[in-house]
Design a protein around this ligand. Structure first.
Ligand SMILES: [Zn+2]
Length: 83
């Protein structure tokens, strides 16, 4: 998979952890306090259920970032997984 780096603009959404502009296809996760972050930037953070705000076990829900608004309440989990 080759991330599309042509869609970068100054007003693009950025990861609040590392400050990098999101590129299409980047693996992201929703942090309950920071919002959308790179999944890898959240690897060391405790996983919190975005619905309840409670810590939970297991990996956070992740999704592939795309230039249109990401779903805030129910990010897709499995349907965008194509190996
Ligand atoms: Zn990041």
């Amino acid at each position: 998979m080759t991330p599309d780096q042509t869609a970068i603009h100054d007003d693009a959404d950025r990861c609040p952890i590392c400050g990098e502009v999101f590129i299409r296809g980047a693996l992201c996760a929703m942090d309950v306090t920071e919002g959308i972050c790179h999944a890898e930037c959240l690897e060391d953070a405790p996983v919190v259920d975005p619905e309840t705000g409670e810590p939970k076990d297991g990996p956070a829900d992740t999704f592939l970032w795309s230039p249109w608004p990401a779903p805030l309440r129910s990010p897709p989990t499995s349907e965008q997984t194509d190996d």
